[in-house]
Design a protein around this ligand. Structure first.
Ligand SMILES: [Zn+2]
Length: 111
């Protein structure tokens, strides 16, 4: 049989966890709203274009080695786009040798 004392402490603990969960939901909601607002800022797109982004959908070469798939150059620079999908991390790079863009595919260790 559960004593009334331990039942009270379980109730208090459950209530505390519930309040913590509600706080986390609120924080997550606020963060989502903030990110959504930032995405709609007009200068954000300009910043992406300045970094080498483009409106055109293009097919970029993919490689699992961090070297240029076109010329083999090992000196490459990240252009700021990192996307995780299908158990892979897709990191956009630009070759310092031939200036072409490509995607470096990495398998995350934790997946
Ligand atoms: Zn290259």
């Amino acid at each position: 049989m559960v004593s009334p004392m331990s039942r009270n402490s379980e109730m208090a603990r459950a209530q505390l966890l519930c309040e913590e969960a509600q706080n986390l939901v609120e924080v997550a909601r606020a963060t989502r709203a903030m990110i959504h607002a930032q995405r709609r800022l007009p200068w954000r797109r300009l910043t992406q274009l300045a970094r080498g982004g483009s409106d055109q959908h293009r097919i970029e070469a993919e490689t699992e080695e961090r070297r240029c798939p076109y010329c083999g150059e090992k000196t490459v620079s990240p252009v700021g786009s990192v996307v995780a999908a299908n158990n892979k991390i897709r990191i956009a790079y630009r070759c310092d040798g031939c200036d072409k863009r490509f995607v470096f595919l990495r398998t995350p260790i934790d997946f």
